[in-house]
Design a protein around this ligand. Structure first.
Ligand code: SF4
Length: 233
């Protein structure tokens, strides 16, 4: 079957009531090797890797490795590769950091984070998804107003493939409960005030009670890197 926006809509109501495990199993049976899981190794992502590995193996996982991730994130990546049957694709930007500095000037993220995300995340995402039929993400409605309408099953018109958000309706507490109950390895930065973790130049810890995504691109009117919509170019 060729999937389109219309076919996605016919399944949307049905799959909304499925558990993440049920959705992942159906996705694997439907798309097999055409299914890939996006991971920035945040809390939702490690939970999804654990859930996916219970229903199919190996799990095709890709990360957008901007060369600017925290050391803790790179270490977690290694831990997960050791523990789970995942086939990890580290998708890199076309420009090294040195080439980007020569072309765009130093520390582009300080001057134009949309441009920097465009070069280091959005363009690589297109390559990461090429040839795949469906991708899985850790998006949850609760994370941000820009994600408040996320559905477990969506059509990604920008990349022309199916997008699955198995945790769309999960709360932060529910994700933590799963990670703790199943002893899933997670980024130690979460315990040091970083609910949302991206590149080190654009991520800070947040104070108790502060918006969980306030630590991303602090000082800029920017809340998304552009890979799930938003302004990056
Ligand atoms: S999060 Fe920051 S450093 Fe990373 S790609 Fe975007 S602007 Fe650049």
């Amino acid at each position: 079957m060729t999937w389109t926006n219309e076919t996605v809509r016919t399944y949307q109501e049905q799959v909304r009531h499925w558990t993440p495990g049920e959705l992942l199993r159906w996705a694997w049976e439907t798309w097999g090797d055409g299914l890939t899981l996006a991971s920035s190794f945040g809390l939702e992502d490690v939970a999804l890797i654990d859930m996916a590995a219970r229903v199919f193996q190996p799990v095709d996982v890709f990360c957008l490795d901007t060369d600017l991730l925290f050391p803790e994130t790179y270490r977690l990546m290694e831990t997960l590769v050791q523990r789970y049957p995942i086939r990890l694709r580290r998708v890199r930007p076309r420009l090294t950091l040195e080439e980007q500095a020569a072309q765009e000037g130093p520390e582009l993220w300080r001057r134009d984070p949309d441009r920097c995300c465009g070069l280091r995340k959005v363009e690589p995402l297109g390559r990461a998804l090429a040839g795949y039929a469906a991708w899985v993400t850790g998006i949850r409605r609760e994370q941000a107003p820009t994600r408040a309408h996320a559905e477990p099953l969506e059509w990604d018109a920008r990349h022309n493939l199916v997008k699955l958000n198995p945790l769309a309706y999960w709360t932060t507490d529910a994700v933590w409960a799963y990670v703790r109950a199943e002893a899933v390895p997670y980024n130690p930065l979460h315990d040091r005030g970083y609910p949302s973790i991206g590149c080190w130049p654009c991520t800070r810890a947040v104070a108790p009670g502060e918006d969980p995504r306030a630590g991303r691109w602090s000082g800029f009117d920017k809340t998304e890197c552009g890979i799930h919509g938003g302004p990056a170019r």
